[in-house]
Each structure stands twice: as structure tokens, then as C-alpha cells.
Design a protein around this ligand. Structure first.
Ligand code: ADP
Ligand code: MG
Length: 737
């Protein structure tokens, strides 16, 4: 904590502070204790203060000096490079540029809110316009007509003319005197409000101010020996080089070191927790394979299980007789038959006197699972119930009372399951379907419902390696269904542009004449986006026109409909009454109508690869040849084209997942995955930094084998590191998968 210098001066003799611990800002001098300098409130850094601190906190979640130092640049630009103005064109696609140009004139225009200040700059090759909307007085005072400046900023173009809004200006003399280290300058993640308040330069200045003091207070959490073993640069140097790179090689090493720390922190947590979980021995026991399971297996299975399904059920069964709590991730491509595995595992729980529940991400999916389960269990004594946000009073009451009394054995539902009023009598088994659709908190809340944790099975169609899965979701075991049910024919995928719409309609008629059904899906990125919405309703009208009643029945389904109407649409389509289903991506996950053979995806370029693959997985579920038709305009970005092409080339979810990563490059990983991630990482990307992930995993094992609780004095830093990455909010991560 900072303390006012004046208030503290009387204690100065008792407690010694080195000169570098005294922090000055404009009005006050503060003293900070040496040990936890990085924990100090950001407002005390010179140039910040109360107002900007609030802004930093609100916009970028930066509260302390340490947070600021861990706010890393996401890329670097070369400040030694100066472009001739003529070379900076729209086509060059440059995101930041630097020019050396003379100011030839200034022009303050407008008044009040629309006030602007324009300066004209010229080099030997061309002309540019510099514009300020804010801080006009400041720039007006400083800028000199006739003088040469180094000008740095983000280029935009207006009728081919280069414009720079709020550029940084330095006189040539200043620029020459600036100590050039590597010439690389970091570009920091920011928001509009932050840029308006600080300017790019101002933000960088604050990092410099913080660093000027912080550099004396960096404690390296890694023991020297460990650093040597893994060839890691000291933390102090890593911070310095990540913000002020001295060379490209130093920067690389700094990035490596900081990623290493994050992933090691995560690994220490995962492994320690795993040991803890396995030492507790408090898992429910399901020793019996009873009548319910056996008679289902013998008499009710609609088809023989695939080898992979059998194997996974066996793995789950083995887990539930050990006395340890199961935490298992089931990966299986779209259509591989995960639902049946879930049901049979839940029956095992019921056979042993426990309740089981299954949580699905959407209302439609929950209803569908419920319908499937009721059908398959019809005539058995297993009591099932459903609970969703849309449940009517009676359904809700029956579900709530039934599970509280123990009468209901299988409960299926949506997020509604995690509400407080849902009280189980003895919940022993939890299934989470399409788990990437749920946030960490949501998943966690489901299994805090019991004093003793239930076994947990989470299911996903997104295939990822185990180490990565653990880093994203916490400690777990992984099962894979790597085999599709027999008789599936690969779905044929083609890419059409709007010009082929007539052909598309012809094809749809042909399939419908064969008795098949068709999906037509429109993007809806945000449920509220009116534009998308219009596309969908327009599309519905167009299709109703081209496929008129009474020969054709078209159903519609989207997020804005009342649950009862959605349900009715789905029923029409499922029963075969409706031939065409026009929908938004609400049908993306899980919907199962085996008679549907055509999936038309409109504006396909607007979907991500995994989403396209999920959508395609809605067809090809019966024995018939199925088709996926990707519709788009003529104009496509390179990346969109590559995505659509990949879809046409392969049906393999694993390959598409890999490719998705490549196409997305170093950007963020699958947004939904990241938001569900159990650990808060700033620089490491577990999906891309696989090598570091593997190394830190080994390192963590080695460290914990020698000192399981990290209580040795030399491991004090490691324990701090572990704690730092232990949790997001107050969640018990040992229970998250
Ligand atoms: P997902 O893994 O994508 O959730 P589902 O569980 O919805 O897949 O199964 C997809 C389809 O395959 C369903 O229609 C289901 O009835 C069918 N199915 C599941 N297992 C088998 C099997 N062993 N043999 C034949 N069909 C199966
Ligand atoms: Mg499914």
C-alpha cells in the first residue's frame, strides 16, 4: 500500500526506505513498501491518478502496478522504419506507419463538438493530412509550420488521400536523441476510451513510469536451478524486453519466459488438485450393473453400440467403482453417438440408487434429449423429468418436487438446473452436453449441489489434446469416440454463390420429392441484430414463395420466438410434417432429425469452421446420402474462402479443428472455449503454445514429486506463482472439468 510521504516521514527513521521506493506524482509523494510494490493501486503511478485509474480498471481490468506490467503488447512495430508517403496506400494494408514530413499548413475548423484541427504534412513523395478531434489546444501550441517531424500513426484513406488521426509527433531532433534500443515498439491492447484519454503515447508513458520503479521490485518466482534447467531468462529481463525489446531474440526469450510462468502456474494447480482429488477417495460407488442397465442393453437398444461407444461406457464404469470422483471429458465428432453413452452411464447411476442429471445448452436440445430418453425408457420404471427456463408451472413443480423427494431419477434440462431452488435428494452423476457452450461458473455450480461431489461427464464435439483440455478446463480424464455408427455416408459439401440459387432450389425440390427434409440456416451472431433478423425473415418469405403451400410446408425457428412456438416448429419438422426448416444457428448444436438430408447454410462466410461443421452434422444422421450447401456472395476474404474450401474437402472434425487454429493464427482461440476457460492467461495461448505446455507439464511433475505441497523455502516463489494462477473468482477448481 502507498502511504502519504508526509504522514510517514515521522516513521522514516524506524523503517528505512530506499530512495527508489519513493514515488512522486504531480501533487504528492508516496512511499511504497518494497515487498509488494506490484500490488499497489495503479492510481499512484505517475500520470494516472484517480480518474484514469478508474478508466483502466473498467476498460482493461488493470488495478495494480502488476496488472499493468502484465498488460503485454500484442504486437510490435518497427520504429526505425520510415515510409515514403507515396508507398503508403490502401492496398499496402499497413496497420501502423511512420513518416518523416514537413508541416506545410494548419487549419483549425468547426466549433464546439465538431471542432477539428488539421495539419498538412509533405515529404518528397506526397502529402498527408493529420487530424485531431481532441487535445486541440495542446497540439495547436506545439506544432510549427515549416518544421520537419517524425509522424507515427494508423493510416486511413479518404478518397485516396492518406490521413492520420491523432498521430504521434516528434521533431526530428527529438527522434534522433531518443535512445534507440531495437526500434521495436509494442502496440498494446486498448479500447477507444483509453486511447482517447491517454493517446498511444500517453499509455506507453505510463508503462515507462511504472517500470521505472517496478524494475527494482521484481522477484523471480523460479529458483535459479529451474531457470537454468529450462534456459529461461530472469523475470526482470523478461518484463523489460516484453515492453522495451532490446532485440528480436530478446523479445522471443521474454515471451517464452512469461508464457512458461503462466503455464507452469496452471500445471502446478492442475496436478496438485488431481493428487488431492485422488487422495480424498470420496467418489460415489456404483458397484452394481443392475437390472435397469442390463435390460436396457439387452432389450431396448435401438441399434448395436459401436466399439468406441462400448469402450467409453466401460471406461466410465471403471471410474465409478474406484471410490474416486470421476471427472471425464468425452470427445466425439458430431454424430458419433455421445447421447446414448450419456444415457447408459446415467442408468448405471440409477441402478445404484443415485439420481443423474444432464444439462444441455439450449431449450431445443434439452427437449430433444428428454424426448429421446422418454422414448427409449418407455415402459421401464425409470422416472424422468425435464426442467428448463420455459417450463410451465406444472412441469416445474413436478420436476422440483420429484428430484427433491428422490422420486425422479433422471433430470434433463438447461441452465435452469443450476438455480438454487433445484435441490436433489442424492445426485450421483452429472452430464454436461456440448460443454464448451457453458461458462466455468455455470459448470461449477452444478456440482456444488451435493456435499459429496457427483461423478461428472462433460461431452464435446470439439476435439483437443488432453493436456490442452486440462489447461482449458482443469484436471480431467479424456475418453474419445473415434468411430461413427456404421452405414454413415460422408456428407457431400459444395460451395455455391448466389448466382446458383435456382439450381439450389431445383435440388431442394428433388430431395423433398424423395421424401427428405431440408434445413436452411441463417447467421445470427447476436440474437438482437436486426439486420440478421431481416435476412432470416426475408429468406423465410422467399422460400415460402418458391415452395408454396399446400405442396410444401416450411417451418421457422429462431431465438426470438416463444418457447412454445419453437417447440411446435421443431415438432412439425421432426414428425416430417414440415419439409423445410428455416432457422438461425439455434439449431447448431445437437438437433437430431435423421430424415433431413440437406443443410443449406446462407452467408456461410460469416460462420466459423467449427460452427459450420456442427451445422453440417445436423444431416447425414440416417443412412441416406446427405448434402451440405454453403451459400455466399462472390466477394470473399482469403480466410473465408479457405474456410469454405476446407469444408468442401473434409468431413473430419479433428482436421477441421486443426485447420481452424491455423487460419485463426495467433489471434484468440475459439471464443467460446476461451470464455469457458478455467484459468486467466495473459500471454500464453494453450492452443498454440503446445510445446511450452508440454515442457511445463513435465517441470510441474518434477517439482511436485520433490515437494508436493510446495512448502520448501526454495519453492516459496513457485507457491506464489501457483496461487496467482489458481482461480478465477471464488470457484473451487478441483471441481471443474
Ligand atoms: P452426437 O455425438 O453428435 O451427440 P448423437 O448422440 O446425437 O450424436 O447421435 C447421432 C445419431 O446417431 C442419432 O440419430 C443416434 O440415434 C444415432 N446413433 C447413435 N449411436 C448409434 C449406433 N451405435 N448405431 C447407429 N446409430 C447410432
Ligand atoms: Mg449431441
Amino acid at each position: 500500500m502507498f502511504v502519504f510521504y508526509s504522514e510517514l516521514s515521522k516513521h522514516l527513521t524506524k523503517k528505512r526506505f530506499a530512495p527508489q521506493d519513493i514515488v512522486y506524482n504531480r501533487r504528492n509523494r508516496y512511499i511504497c513498501p518494497v515487498d509488494n510494490y506490484l500490488d499497489n493501486d495503479i492510481k499512484f503511478v505517475a500520470g494516472v491518478g484517480e480518474v484514469r485509474a478508474k478508466l483502466l480498471n473498467h476498460e482493461l481490468n488493470i488495478r495494480t502496478v502488476g496488472d499493468l506490467l502484465s498488460h503485454y503488447p500484442f504486437r510490435y512495430i518497427d520504429r526505425t522504419r520510415i515510409y515514403p508517403i507515396a508507398d503508403i496506400t490502401e492496398a499496402a494494408g499497413l496497420s501502423y506507419i511512420q513518416i518523416r514530413a514537413r508541416i506545410t499548413g494548419i487549419n483549425p475548423i468547426g466549433s464546439g463538438r465538431s471542432r477539428r484541427f488539421i495539419a498538412y504534412a509533405q515529404d518528397t513523395t506526397g502529402e498527408a493530412e493529420l487530424v485531431w478531434f481532441q487535445g486541440i489546444k495542446w497540439i495547436e501550441k506545439r506544432i510549427e509550420v515549416g518544421r520537419e517531424y517524425i509522424i507515427f500513426g494508423r493510416p486511413t484513406f479518404y478518397r485516396g488521400l492518406l490521413q492520420l488521426a491523432h498521430p504521434e509527433l516528434e521533431t526530428v531532433e527529438q527522434a534522433l536523441s531518443r535512445k534507440a534500443e531495437s526500434g521495436m515498439q509494442g502496440i498494446y491492447p486498448s479500447t477507444e476510451k483509453i486511447t482517447n484519454s491517454f493517446g498511444t503515447k500517453g499509455f506507453f508513458q505510463i508503462i515507462c513510469n511504472a517500470w521505472a520503479i517496478a524494475r527494482n521490485h521484481i522477484h523471480d518466482p523460479l529458483p535459479e536451478s529451474l531457470r537454468r534447467q529450462y534456459g529461461l531468462m530472469p523475470l526482470h529481463e523478461a518484463y523489460r524486453n516484453i515492453h522495451f525489446p532490446q532485440s528480436a531474440e530478446n523479445l522471443r526469450q521474454a515471451q517464452y519466459r512469461l508464457k512458461f510462468d503462466e503455464l507452469l502456474g496452471v500445471q502446478l494447480n492442475i496436478q496438485q488438485r488431481r493428487t488431492e482429488r485422488l487422495s480424498k477417495n470420496n467418489g460415489f460407488l456404483f458397484p452394481r450393473v443392475g437390472d435397469i442397465f442390463t435390460s436396457f442393453y439387452n432389450n431396448r437398444l435401438p441399434f448395436p453400440l459401436t466399439g468406441a461407444q462400448k469402450r467409453v461406457i466401460k471406461e466410465i464404469r471403471q471410474d465409478t467403482v474406484t471410490g474416486f470422483q470421476m471427472n471425464r471429458l468425452l470427445q466425439g465428432d458430431v454424430g458419433s453417438g455421445k447421447t446414448l453413452v450419456a444415457l447408459m452411464s446415467m442408468l448405471l447411476a440409477v441402478d445404484n440408487g443415485f439420481q443423474a442429471c444432464m444439462m444441455a445448452p439450449t431449450e431445443i436440445l434439452a427437449r430433444q434429449h428428454f424426448a429421446t430418453f422418454t422414448r427409449l425408457l418407455d415402459g421401464t420404471e425409470v422416472k424422468t423429468a425435464i426442467l428448463t427456463g420455459a417450463s410451465k408451472a406444472r412441469e416445474r413443480r413436478e420436476a422440483l418436487e420429484g428430484i427433491a423427494s428422490g422420486k425422479v431419477q433422471l433430470l434433463i434440462g438447461t441452465h435452469a438446473l443450476i438455480e438454487d431452488r433445484v435441490q436433489f435428494s442424492n445426485l450421483g452423476f452429472v452430464v454436461i452436453d456440448e460443454q464448451h457452450r457453458f461458462g466455468v461458473e455455470q459448470r461449477a455450480r452444478l456440482w456444488t449441489k451435493n456435499a459429496q461431489p457427483p461423478h461428472i461427464l462433460v461431452m464435446t464435439a470439439t476435439p483437443i489434446p488432453r493436456t490442452l483440455a486440462m489447461t482449458l478446463y482443469g484436471d480431467l480424464d479424456v475418453s474419445v469416440i473415434d468411430e461413427l455408427p456404421p452405414g454413415r455416408r460422408p456428407i457431400k459439401t459444395v460451395h455455391y454463390t448466389d448466382a446458383a440459387r435456382l439450381r439450389l432450389f431445383g435440388f431442394m425440390r428433388q430431395e423433398i420429392a424423395k421424401g427428405r427434409q431440408v434445413y436452411v440456416v441463417y447467421p445470427l451472431i447476436k440474437e438482437s441484430e436486426t439486420m440478421d433478423y431481416k435476412d432470416l425473415t426475408d429468406g423465410y418469405e422467399a422460400i415460402s414463395r418458391d415452395f408454396p403451400l399446400p405442396d410444401y410446408i416450411t417451418a421457422i425457428c429462431h431465438g426470438k420466438m416463444k418457447p412454445a412456438d419453437k417447440e411446435e416448429s421443431m415438432r412439425q419438422f421432426k414428425s416430417g410434417e414440415a419439409h423445410i426448416m428455416v432457422a438461425t444457428s439455434v439449431i447448431e448444436v445437437g438437433v437430431d432429425v435423421p430424415n433431413a438430408t440437406v443443410m443449406v447454410i446462407e452467408s456461410a462466410e460469416r460462420f466459423g469452421l467449427s460452427q459450420l461443421h456442427q451445422l453440417r452434422g445436423r444431416v447425414g444422421r440416417g443412412g441416406e446420402q446427405s448434402y451440405c450447401i454453403l451459400m455466399s456472395g462472390e466477394k470473399l476474404s482469403k480466410e473465408s474462402r479457405a474456410r469454405l474450401q476446407a469444408m468442401c474437402e473434409t468431413n473430419d472434425g479433428f482436421r477441421l479443428a486443426e485447420l481452424d487454429l491455423k487460419l485463426r493464427g495467433a489471434g484468440d482461440i475459439n471464443g467460446t472455449q476461451q470464455s469457458g476457460m478455467a484459468f486467466d492467461l495473459k500471454i500464453a495461448n494453450p492452443t498454440l503454445d503446445v510445446q511450452i505446455l508440454t515442457v511445463t507439464r513435465e517441470a510441474a511433475t518434477e517439482i511436485l514429486t520433490a515437494d508436493r505441497t510446495l512448502s520448501q523455502p526454495e519453492n516459496r516463489g513457485l507457491e506464489a506463482l501457483r496461487r496467482r494462477y489458481s482461480s478465477r473468482e471464488e470457484i473451487d477448481f478441483s471441481r471443474i472439468s
